[in-house]
Design a protein around this ligand. Structure first.
Ligand code: SIN
Ligand code: FE2
Length: 182
């Protein structure tokens, strides 16, 4: 799977996204599938082309689609695989994934490389949260009541895995962005 991610990143290089309020994110991102998730001064959204190359995103590799098929409990395939790369100091603030059309589809997350402290709460920002360590190879599904749970990454344990040659963590999130059948 890491080879497949490397070939995604060759065709769709990692970007350093900018939040709508002008702060660079610490996580590097790219995508595969029909839609890629992007953010800049114009806001959060899905785009059908890489913002720098102007090319469509690479297809989601079969090795990654297999995980969705195994756990998502739907015949509808995902149309976005967001690839996040966390280097030593990277983190991701608490947020909801809610730019997709149909929250009946789950979000399936795959963690690779260094362990991370993942924080998850309820569907209100003020709900109590709990922390879980996500290790390399862990698959996490946010579906049903948890589909709109606030979540984020507090920190990674840099060097805690030897999977990636330069260290750090990769997280893949599979989503269905368009309604089924579209
Ligand atoms: C995300 O919410 O997009 C990423 C979560 C993670 O890195 O585990
Ligand atoms: Fe998320």
């Amino acid at each position: 799977m890491t080879e497949d991610i490397r070939s995604i990143a060759k065709r769709a290089p990692f970007l350093q996204p900018m939040t709508p309020w002008g702060k660079p994110m610490t996580v590097r991102m790219t995508s595969a599938g029909r839609f890629g998730w992007v953010t800049d001064r114009r806001g959060y959204r899905y785009e059908e082309a890489h913002p720098k190359t102007g090319q469509p995103w690479p297809e989601i590799p079969p090795s990654i689609l297999t995980v969705w098929k195994a756990v998502a409990e739907t015949p509808t395939p995902p149309d976005c695989c967001l690839v996040n790369y966390y280097s030593e100091k990277a983190r991701m603030g608490l947020h909801q994934d809610k730019d997709e059309a149909d929250f009946g589809f789950p979000v399936v997350s795959i963690s690779l490389g260094d362990p991370a402290t993942f924080r998850i709460g309820g569907s209100n920002r003020k709900d109590p949260t709990q922390s879980v360590t996500l290790e390399s190879g862990d698959v996490l599904l946010m579906g049903g009541e948890a589909r709109l749970a606030f979540h984020g990454i507090d920190r990674i344990k840099f060097g805690g895995s030897t999977l990636l040659p330069d260290g750090g963590r990769i997280n893949l999130t599979l989503r269905r962005v368009a309604p089924a059948g579209v």
